[in-house]
Ligand binder design. Structure first.
Ligand code: NAI
Ligand code: MG
Length: 333
């Protein structure tokens, strides 16, 4: 298997090597194809990603991605959005559950919860159709039948293996494009025998903070999914704990939910668990369920033992955390 490894910028350069160490520890047979894209490349060459980089990604089975710093330039086109669109990675899957509910983390949820956000990843307000002049800025929100049907099907498929219900999140009371999304999600849920309920996105933000345990699989459009993901990351305790998968019919990209965190980059203190669990999602995607389970038990084990990076109120470094995980994996193999 060939994996395009994109460290990107900032803490991407620290957490992706940690994830690769863990993939090696579980003896995954894979070839690494390093691809340099991002802010560093943009500063050097004026282009954050070129067509050859995309071709290299296409020549691989999947991508392990760190994070990219966004330059302060109005003409800059987001690298990640372009990769998601070019490789048609339409489903952004983001699981959120507190790891070790007894953890003494800065925010401690009152009740256990286990949520998956299924975010449409190629259209909506991030479709890239924008028009700015001196007096007006317009971003066109694109919601297509094809886009709705395939994201709703992905959500229903995930729901089948869990509580068989989805929550459709929209703002159909104001936006016609949301009414369209809602109708098609309901159609797909009914066709698949999956129960559904629905929430307006603003009420959903409120409810998720108060009662996250009420929710299971959440399906929503691109921007809403982006925002609710960071909210759920706070519920879990840190962005540094939250992994994600971007899945298409042919390709897939696995990345932590967090960004390049310039405020802590280079200090060796980033929490690698989001990246390591993204690698775990990659293992599941390729059908290596045993290896994936091993990674998850290693993560749970080191947290239960009390190891904490700075974001979780501790003092362990990126290396300490990675070493502890690798040692646990070696000890049970
Ligand atoms: P961020 O996610 O990089 O950081 C938000 C806060 O969480 C910061 O205080 C950071 O220190 C902390 N944090 C994030 N990940 C952490 C980890 N693994 N361990 C410990 N603490 C962690 O979001 P921010 O600051 O809004 O964006 C920074 C840059 O990253 C921007 O240029 C932004 O555009 C970019 N970004 C890139 C993403 C991507 O490439 N997928 C996603 C989000 C932001
Ligand atoms: Mg985001």
């Amino acid at each position: 298997m060939k994996v395009a490894v994109i460290e990107g910028d900032g803490i991407g350069k620290e957490v992706i090597p940690a994830a690769v160490d863990v993939l090696n520890a579980v003896n995954l047979d894979f070839e690494q194809v390093p691809v340099e894209v991002g802010y560093g490349k943009w500063e050097r060459t004026g282009l954050a990603m070129d067509d050859a980089d995309l071709e290299l990604m296409r020549s691989c089975d999947c991508i392990l991605f760190g994070a990219i710093t966004t330059p302060n330039d109005p003409n800059y086109q987001s690298v990640l959005l372009r990769i998601r669109q070019e490789l048609d990675l339409y489903a952004n899957i983001r699981p959120f559950r507190p790891l070790g509910i007894t953890m003494d983390i800065p925010y401690k949820p009152a009740k256990p919860f286990d949520i998956i956000i299924v975010r449409e990843n190629t259209e909506g307000l991030y479709a890239g159709i924008e028009d700015v002049n001196q007096n007006r800025a317009c971003s066109t929100r694109v919601v297509t039948r094809k886009g709705c049907l395939r994201i709703a099907k992905t959500a229903c498929k995930l729901a089948k293996g869990r509580g068989n219900s989805i929550t459709i999140v929209h703002k159909a009371n104001v936006l016609k494009s949301c009414g369209f999304f809602r109708e098609l999600c309901i159609e797909v849920a009914n066709e698949n025998g999956v129960r559904y309920n629905e929430m307006l996105v603003d009420a959903m933000a409120y409810s998720l903070v108060l009662n996250p345990e009420r929710y299971d699989v959440i399906v929503t459009t691109n921007l809403f999914g982006d925002i609710l993901s960071d909210l759920c990351a706070a519920l879990v305790g840190s962005l540094g704990l939250c992994p994600s998968a971007n899945i298409g019919d042919k390709y897939a990209l696995f990345e932590p939910v967090h960004g390049s965190a310039p405020d802590i980059a280079g200090k060796g203190i980033a929490n690698p668990l989001a990246a390591i669990q993204s690698a775990k999602m990659m293992l599941e995607w390729v059908g290596e369920f045993e290896k994936a389970g091993l990674v998850q038990s290693a993560v749970d084990n080191v947290l239960q033992k009390g190891l904490r990076t700075v974001d979780l109120g501790g003092s362990a470094s990126t290396n300490d955390m990675t070493k502890a995980i690798v040692e646990y994996i070696r000890s049970v193999q």
